[in-house]
Write a protein that binds this ligand. Sequence first.
Ligand code: C5P
Length: 284
Amino acid sequence: MTHAVTLLAPAKINLALAVTGKRADGYHELRSVFATIDLADRVRVAPYRRLVVRLVPDVGAPPGGELADRAVHAMAQAARRDPGAFVHVRKRIPVAAGLGGGSSDAGAVLRALATIWQRPDLDLVALAATLGSDVPFFASGARVALVSGRGERVEALTGLAPTHIVIVRLGARLATADVFAALRSEDRQADGAVDALLHGFAQHAVSPQLLRDNARNDLLGAAERLCPAVADARSRAAEHGIALALSGSGPTLFAVADDHRHALRTARALRRIGLAARVHTLGG
Ligand code: C5P
């Protein structure tokens, strides 16, 4: 009998994100290169007679914040069991930031329950797609992947060397649905950047420069329109020669560095202009 399983649930950034179409169900078709980073929630799942989900610290009710709860229900239904589990999430990933925190927690819950209930046969990526568009990536366990469709197709990518990045957190929260709703057709420009990244992975030639050149996100315009702090931070960083890219639907921004020293220097320069910048690594 497996007792409790504890997993790290990493945050992600979108190295590039292209919106390629709108679907009849209101969702958008995407092509995005996702990568985990070394910032993670810790998720502990234990068998229990009923369902309890506890987030510490209590981050309030973020949009989609009930995802861990829904993950237990989806998994229980697939496994034909009662949804009994005690889920404890130690939150470190900021909420509604474009870092996929809630989705990563849900992915970790699915993986933990597959172990506890001894159901390696269940298709966790397909189950994850019923919970949210970012969850399949996390359920897959990939560190880097091309994610497409609504988010349900995940193809792992290999060959990313340890890469330092600087993450800039803005105080604001953005709801993904609002950002997609503010998207304009002229915003759609990042498909070529996704192709360039995929080419780099296929050629085993992914450099910081390639990542910087192709850090394009079709949701940037919409995020800037909804959250002026995004445009403000990017233009102030640009005055110091630092290009900040948007992760997911924002408002978190990132810059890819050449190496650790460059990352530290970049973070210091950003902090001097009042931005909350921290060094992280990709693929964590
Ligand atoms: O799937 P998820 O619940 O994370 O999506 C949140 C919202 O973001 C959706 O309700 C939808 O408005 C928008 N969305 C979209 N196309 C996607 C993913 C999300 O339009 N591929």
